[in-house]
Design a protein around this ligand. Structure first.
Ligand code: NAG
Ligand code: NAG
Ligand code: NAG
Ligand code: NAG
Ligand code: ZN
Length: 608
């Protein structure tokens, strides 16, 4: 393909335009050219080789996209100080937006827990020795106060893991408290020392939004279901120091940026005076490579006994900056398919594996965390305030409940463009999706479960229901602006939007590309890319700011090693993220090689 260089910048008409317009007199800070440019704007057919007017370059002035067009059009904006960046035949597109992930909790896990997940380990023997080593280390440290805290227990992917309970964990230590957190985050197991530390006995009542599982004699078994119960034990663990939290956040920011994200939404933000200051400072730092939208986690709000509601809504991050703000409220209506707690219509299968996973006794229909009245009052409260409410709802029963509540709330007060969202919606039915569309409720799907767990879902948990897991194409049919997310760290491994898009397009597990689960629900690469760009921007009310390459929007961009429209969907994960920009600032993931030119230097973005 013919490529013309920056020498064209002195075209005569360009000079005329420049002298006519003061608006154009601001020179570009950066011009990017020399690769495919995907804008994600409607009507942009840059992926179509037959397009008449190629997009060849993008100019950035300050934080903003100043021009998009042919080399002639864009190099009009070049001045003597403009940095000219050659894309090296790589692909430029809007930075990815992760609509649902967990950096604040993730940063705490990285500091306070030892990973025992399936991304690193494949047998109980390996995991047991990691646990024993940690316990020995604590035992050898006098007055350590430390906990043996482990994250990522995953019997679905590591087949020889035993069933856990307090007695089994006492085998590691009956004096040092031990906490083993399931990979999906909705279940944990603790030993008796941890139960004692948290004062959970045969008379302790269940907390709001959680269950301390007990045996026939009322004794706690050590199994904790849902965040209410898990949090009750975590509260007595040694607190995380702000400096350790900050260091951990910084690592995570690099991980998200390296995956191509320029905006991420944290769906489990809890105000915390000590850690909030560290969070603010971390996003103020010169090298913070993202925007971070927070959804504040709420257990429940009853208007009838809501004396401290206002207190519960105060504090926190608020509208801190254009890079850090609270975007909405998060509620969790049901549990997880991995612990038998997502609230479904037909019972879970019951197998040795579901017993090891800690599923409640059969027949198991899962658990609704809210009574409908409380959920209604909670949603109504924030709907009235014009806030966006995001509700975790996996099973059909949870989705029925949540849609009923939205219908009731809308009957009182019409939609105010809140863009309320449902999260994960694993077993949401086609009828429920249609209903969500009519209620202006938008959806964010956890399709990526299929990549790891589809086979186990089929044989051990749901049977053939796995085929209708997250039917993305039905959302498209109902004109819903939907997204997909990964819920990091609630799956093994690091964030990877291309792995997630691959799952949305192929609906296959990572090790069997020949068996799609529910092939009629597959979507195109174009829809998958929209989910991670324009659609995710819209869900966050950011569509005027980011999500596409358009003049006037913020220059939040990603450079990819290859054009995703030209890669076989099964190979999408081979695409490498070369560089990202946020607010026009390069995050320096790649090296920039300077090539001395005549009159102007050229900067080449090198592949990592
Ligand atoms: C709880 O345990 C104590 C001591 O083991 C026992 O005396 C008491 O009856 C138990 N209470 C219940 C409600 O099971
Ligand atoms: C432990 O819980 C019991 C009731 O469950 C309560 O009476 C007692 O005060 C609690 N103790 C501590 C130290 O929190
Ligand atoms: C959904 O939104 C559209 C467009 O904003 C509006 O016309 C319609 O009334 C809304 N529907 C409900 C049920 O609020
Ligand atoms: C979706 O939108 C298209 C075009 O605007 C319209 O023809 C169709 O009826 C809509 N479908 C639904 C289910 O709303
Ligand atoms: Zn989540």
């Amino acid at each position: 393909m013919e490529r013309r260089g920056p020498a064209l910048l002195l075209q005569l008409w360009c000079v005329v335009v420049l002298s006519l317009s003061m608006v154009l007199s601001r020179k570009a800070d950066i011009i990017l050219f020399g690769g495919d440019i995907i804008t994600m704007e409607d009507g942009d057919l840059s992926r179509d080789r037959g397009k008449a007017r190629p997009l060849e370059a993008v100019a950035i002035a300050g934080e903003t996209i100043q021009a998009v067009g042919t080399l002639d059009e864009v190099f009009c904006h070049a001045g003597s100080k403009t940095q000219t960046v050659y894309l090296n035949q790589q692909t430029l597109m809007p930075g990815f937006i992760e609509p649902h992930t967990h950096p604040t909790v993730g940063a705490q896990i990285r500091e306070q827990y030892i990973t025992i997940g399936a991304a690193t380990f494949s047998s109980y023997e390996e995991i047991r020795s990691v646990m024993v080593n940690r316990i020995n280390e604590l035992a050898a440290t006098p007055n350590s106060n430390g906990w043996g805290a482990f994250f990522g227990w995953d019997p679905e992917l590591i087949s020889d893991l035993p069933a856990l309970n307090a007695d089994v964990l006492d085998g590691f230590s009956d004096t040092i408290p031990i906490f083993v957190w399931g990979q999906n985050g909705h279940i944990a197991w603790v030993n008796h020392a941890a139960l004692r530390a948290a004062n959970i006995t045969n008379t302790t009542e269940n907390p709001i939004g959680g269950t301390f599982v007990k045996d026939q004699d009322n004794n706690p078994t050590g199994k904790l279901l849902e965040l209410g119960a898990i949090g009750a034990v975590q509260r007595v663990m040694p607190p995380l120091e702000p400096h350790a939290f900050a260091r951990s956040l910084e690592d995570l920011w690099r991980i998200y940026a390296s995956a191509g994200f320029t905006t991420v939404a944290d769906l489990l933000y809890r105000p915390n005076a000590g850690l909030d200051e560290a969070l603010r400072r971390s996003t103020d730092a010169e090298n913070f490579p993202l925007r971070l939208a927070l959804f504040r986690f709420k257990q429940a709000v009853r208007d009838v006994d809501c004396t401290d509601c206002a207190a519960g809504d105060a504090g926190g991050i608020g509208e801190y900056s254009s890079r850090l703000w609270e975007a909405g409220i998060k509620l969790i209506a049901d549990g997880s398919p991995h612990s038998g707690t997502s609230a479904i219509r037909e019972p879970y299968l019951y197998t040795p594996l579901t017993e090891t996973l800690g599923f409640p006794d059969p027949p198991g229909y899962g658990i609704l965390n809210f009574d409908t009245r409380t959920l209604f009052e909670t949603v109504r409260r924030y709907h009235r305030q014009g806030k966006k409410v995001s509700i975790h709802a996996h099973g059909e029963r949870a989705n029925d409940q949540v849609l009923n509540v939205h219908e009731q709330v809308l009957a009182e007060l019409p939609n105010q463009d809140n863009r309320h969202r449902l999260e994960h919606v694993g077993l949401m039915t086609e009828e429920q999706i249609e209903r969500a569309g009519k209620l202006n409720v938008t959806l964010s799907f956890f399709v990526d479960h299929l990549r790891f767990y589809a086979k186990v879902y089929k044989t051990n948990i749901f049977g053939d229901r796995v085929n209708r897991w997250t039917p993305l194409s039905v959302a498209t049919k109902n004109n819903i602006t939907w997204t997909i997310h990964q819920d990091h760290p609630a799956f093994p491994g690091d964030p990877s939007p291309f792995a997630n898009m691959k799952t949305a397009i192929t609906r296959c597990t990572r090790d069997d590309p020949t068996t799609p689960y529910g092939p009629e629900y597959r979507v195109s690469i174009h829809e998958a890319l929209k989910a991670y760009t324009v659609n995710a921007a819209w869900q966050l009310h950011l569509e005027d700011k980011v999500g596409s390459i358009q003049v006037g929007k913020k220059a939040d961009l990603v450079v990819l090693s290859e054009n995703p429209y030209r890669v076989d969907p099964f190979d999408l994960e081979r695409i490498r993220v070369v560089e990202t920009f946020v607010d026009g600032r390069r995050n320096k993931l790649a090296r920039l090689k300077t090539v001395r030119g005549i009159g102007t230097d050229l900067h080449v973005l090198e592949s990592p």
